[in-house]
Design a protein around this ligand. Structure first.
Ligand code: NOJ
Length: 573
């Protein structure tokens, strides 16, 4: 494993440290659902600025901001109209600058989400493409093809979009006749860019510089593995592609027409040069759902530098699965020169406090719909509330999170998990749902709105303190129990557990080594970090003896000096 960073041994300013990201705690903000400063029911940039003191006391190193760009919100902002602006519904560029400054003053870095695979259908370029003739330079920035069939009435291939339904949409030509088809891996409001087009490449370099110049410290790259495509000749059918996928692990040879092609890395080599124009260099993390053997290239120092590993997120609460995943990922990260990433929750999946409370058979629910991407089941949001053992889910989530904070590498947290917040399930009426996955998969998938409901800041009052107005997704009455106000300073609350753990994590981190300590109980995971820091997790149900040392924090109370089931404790010395 790699060694202690210079900054950690010499105590140089963490903000200036080029390695700040290696063991950072990164908090994801989904801006529309974080805090609403103007009472319009949508969270906004000024709302975030007002909560910087909260973020500071939480003890995180960086904020990752999901898209805040002008957008019709066909896919929660991942449908971008203009890459170099702020959505007027969320604020202005001046608000953004003020937020960045406030975060930096608090010692918190800022990571922006970049969405390079597709724009929205309201982007100037797409409008121009629709108004321009077939074969024009404007059409070449996207992926337009003639249809099959006698009159081009059939899509160029039978591929499905990730959100369900076809991956092609037919347009009406400027003269009013039915025309070409454009490709959209996601919703039809998200046309895919043509990354063979130089203007597209240049424009993204401009965007990276634009935000880097405004003080953005790093980037999260949306669907980083989809940009380059091979759509020459007759396109393979869905069945051809499925036959070639290896089990559930997708393609391993880069030959899929649009997922994880080798050429995509040429783009990131160019991006890296831009990141390195800055001091400290801008960082990047790839969202790439690829075969595990192909992840390292995204994380290489010549490329994006880091890649999300969703393995723990997809695992059960199970000691042997955790151990295998942790070991493998640390080895892989060390081999690529990156540090590993860990994540249990984000805006796309069922919150882990709910996942871990679902009956075992229902854990891998809701959605085959990422099949075709890496051939994997994706845990889309929407756990059925009635089936959830809320107390067990929360207890396990706290244990899992405390274990994650003891691991070397970056820990990515999703807003609300520090409150132990549960997924909102069937309480969201169909008429108020927003996720395109729900609309394109009627009756199959309730979508991801359940993890995107605005946060409860106060136990009562309008929208639980989210803002003075309503809330763009309905908050259930039980949100009150999870409010920041209820947990702030309350002994044993999840918020206080996170605060303690994140503070200790910063204090205790000194290198990136992890040593497993054998335990005769297969349900116990015990490891040591440099300087005598140890973490021990009991995945079982019966209390177990604790190793020697002083317990500095535990995810649930000890039982007669023993470590109860579904509990993690950190020991020192
Ligand atoms: C991954 C994002 O996390 C998800 O929310 C979005 O729907 C897709 N990419 C498409 O941009």
């Amino acid at each position: 494993m790699s060694t202690t960073t210079e900054a950690q041994t010499t105590g140089i300013d963490r903000m200036a440290d080029p390695n700040w990201w290696r063991q950072a705690s990164v908090y994801q903000i989904y801006p529309r659902s974080f805090a609403d400063s103007n009472g319009d029911g949508l969270g906004d940039i000024q709302g975030i600025t007002a909560k910087v003191p909260y973020l500071k006391t939480l003890g995180i190193d960086a904020v990752w901001l999901s898209p805040f760009y002008p957008s019709a919100l066909a896919d929660g902002g991942y449908d971008v109209d203009d890459y170099r602006n702020v959505d007027p519904k969320l604020g202005t560029l001046a608000d953004f600058d003020e937020m960045a400054e406030a975060l930096h003053r608090a010692g918190i870095k800022l990571i922006a989400d970049i969405v390079p695979n597709h724009s929205s259908d309201r982007h100037e370029w797409f409008k121009e493409a629709l108004a321009s003739p077939k074969g024009s330079p404007a059409r070449d920035r996207y992926i337009f093809r003639d249809g099959l069939g006698e009159n081009g009435e059939l899509p160029p291939s039978d591929w499905d979009s990730v959100f369900g339904g076809p991956a092609w949409e037919r347009i009406t030509e400027p003269d009013g006749t039915p025309g070409q088809w454009y490709m959209h891996i996601f919703a039809k409001e998200q046309p895919d860019f043509n990354w063979d087009n130089q203007e597209v490449r240049d424009d993204f370099l401009k965007t990276l510089r634009f935000w880097s110049d405004r003080g953005v410290d790093g980037f999260r790259i949306d669907v980083a593995h989809a940009l380059t495509k091979n759509l020459e000749g007759t396109l393979p059918t869905k069945a051809d592609l499925e036959a070639k996928a290896l089990g559930t692990d997708g393609f391993v040879d880069g030959s899929h027409p649009y997922w994880d092609r080798d050429e995509v890395h040429e783009i990131y080599v160019e991006w890296r040069k831009v990141f390195n124009e800055y001091t400290p260099p801008r960082t990047a993390v790839a969202e790439a759902w690829v075969h595990a053997d192909r992840r390292a290239r995204y994380a290489s120092p010549e490329g994006l530098g880091q890649a999300f590993n969703f393995d723990l997120l997809q695992a059960d609460f199970d000691a042997s699965q955790f151990r295998k995943i942790i070991t493998k990922n640390l080895v892989e990260a060390a081999a690529s020169g990156a540090s590993s990433t860990w994540v249990f929750s984000n805006h796309d999946v069922v919150r882990h406090a709910t996942r871990y409370g679902l009956p075992a058979t229902e854990v891998a629910v809701e959605g085959e719909i990422m099949a075709g991407q890496a051939g994997k089941k994706w845990l889309l949001a929407g756990g059925r509330k009635e089936d959830v053992d809320v107390e067990l889910g929360l207890r396990r989530a706290r244990a899992a999170s405390l274990l994650m904070f003891a691991l070397p590498g970056s820990a990515y947290l999703y807003q609300g998990e520090e409150l132990g917040l549960q997924e909102v399930g069937s309480e969201i009426p169909d008429s108020e749902r927003q996720d395109p996955a729900f609309f394109r998969n009627k009756g199959v998938d309730i979508g991801r709105d359940g993890c995107r409901v605005p946060l409860p800041w106060t136990a009562d009052g309008t929208s639980f303190g989210f803002g003075d107005g309503g809330s763009h997704l309905p908050q259930p009455a039980w949100f009150s129990r999870y409010a920041v106000q209820e947990q702030d300073g309350a002994e044993g609350s999840t918020l206080e557990l996170y605060r303690t753990a994140l503070r200790l994590r910063t204090d205790l981190q000194s290198g990136e080594e992890l040593e497993w300590i054998p335990n005769s109980n297969p349900e116990v995971l015990h490891f040591a970090r440099p300087n005598g820091w140890q973490s021990v997790t009991n995945f079982g149900t019966e209390p177990v003896d604790l190793p020697e040392g002083t317990v500095v924090v535990s995810s649930s109370g000890l039982q007669d000096g023993k470590l109860p089931g579904a509990t993690t404790a950190w020991l020192f010395g």
